[in-house]
Write a protein that binds this ligand. Structure first.
Ligand code: NAP
Length: 261
């Protein structure tokens, strides 16, 4: 008898459609490039139209497929309009986010509201809009599961210096993701978070310009370096693809071992 080998699940995303928010730079840009490299058509969302247009051209030049949509994701009406005018998405990378680092004593109501409004409220309603369309349009045979990836953080699992509000927002995303996974599982929609450590992007520029903070960060990351945008690209493709077909309600730590202890 010939041994019948199990078929390796594919990391490819050919024929799938992905929506990436916060795609104009940083981790979102990396996620969009990675998904396009894996074969998905990627719809790029952010407020900076020029940066998005430049990224579309670059992805297309590299052989990928992408289109830009200038949008403020805190505008729920505009989000719903976009999601409903597009063919159903198979993948969402719910990534737009901000931080207002500072000691708890100096956080204003405006800081609190700005972080929560984008990192929690907008992320919730983007996921809701995409999930409702997914539920109403079950995938064909070519697509085993659909995938919602919420960009959380290691700060969704631990506390961090000058990050009370940011930690609150990312812990909230962890809870939302688990509860969404329970509700959407019967529809073959997976919901997970990706949880990076400090990655070199415009968001972390000010923190990483402070040598004391960098010393603190490097004392917590077990691998001897900071994170790069490329470190998040593989994990996003994994969570988007059928290679992670039984993974839902989970958090993928991309933290160089920060939360290991
Ligand atoms: P970034 O470089 O500042 O990029 C943020 C992205 O979000 C930009 O594309 C920005 O585009 C977009 N955005 C901001 N407000 C928006 C709005 N109202 N509507 C639509 N798009 C909006 O930040 P990043 O470091 O890549 O962070 C991306 C995500 O990863 C965030 O959720 C962040 O919390 C998380 N994260 C980052 C790190 C890190 O160390 N960098 C670590 C863990 C988690 P426009 O300005 O053009 O709108």
């Amino acid at each position: 008898m010939t041994l019948v080998l199990p078929k390796s699940p594919s990391f490819r995303l050919d024929g799938k459609r992905a929506l990436v928010t916060g795609a104009s730079r940083g981790i979102g840009m990396g996620a969009a490039v990675a998904l396009a490299d894996a074969g998905a058509h990627v719809v790029l969302v952010a407020r900076s139209a020029d940066a998005l247009a430049e990224l579309v051209v670059a992805i297309q030049a590299a052989g990928g497929s992408a289109e830009a949509c200038e949008l403020d994701v805190t505008d729920t009406q505009a989000v719903n309009a976009l999601v409903n005018e597009q063919p159903v998405f198979d993948i969402l990378v719910n990534n737009a986010g901000i931080n207002r680092p500072g000691p708890m004593s100096s956080m204003s109501e405006q800081d609190f509201d700005a972080v929560m409004n984008l990192n929690v409220r907008a992320a919730y309603f983007v996921a809701q809009a995409v999930a409702v369309r997914m539920q109403a349009n079950p995938p064909g045979a070519s697509s085993i599961t659909r995938s919602i990836i919420n960009t959380s953080s290691q700060m969704g699992h631990v506390g961090g210096v000058d990050r009370t509000v940011y930690c609150a927002s990312k812990h909230a995303i962890e809870g939302i993701s688990k509860a969404m996974a329970i509700e959407l599982g019967p529809y073959n929609i997976r919901v997970n978070t990706v949880c990076p450590t400090f990655i070199k992007t415009p968001l972390t520029e000010s923190t990483l310009a402070d040598p004391e903070r960098v010393d603190w960060i490097l004392s917590k990351i077990k691998l001897p370096r900071l994170g790069e945008i490329t470190d998040v690209m593989g994990p996003v493709v994994f969570l988007a693809s059928d290679a992670s077909g039984l993974i839902t309600g989970s958090s993928l730590m991309v933290d160089g071992g920060w939360t290991a202890g």
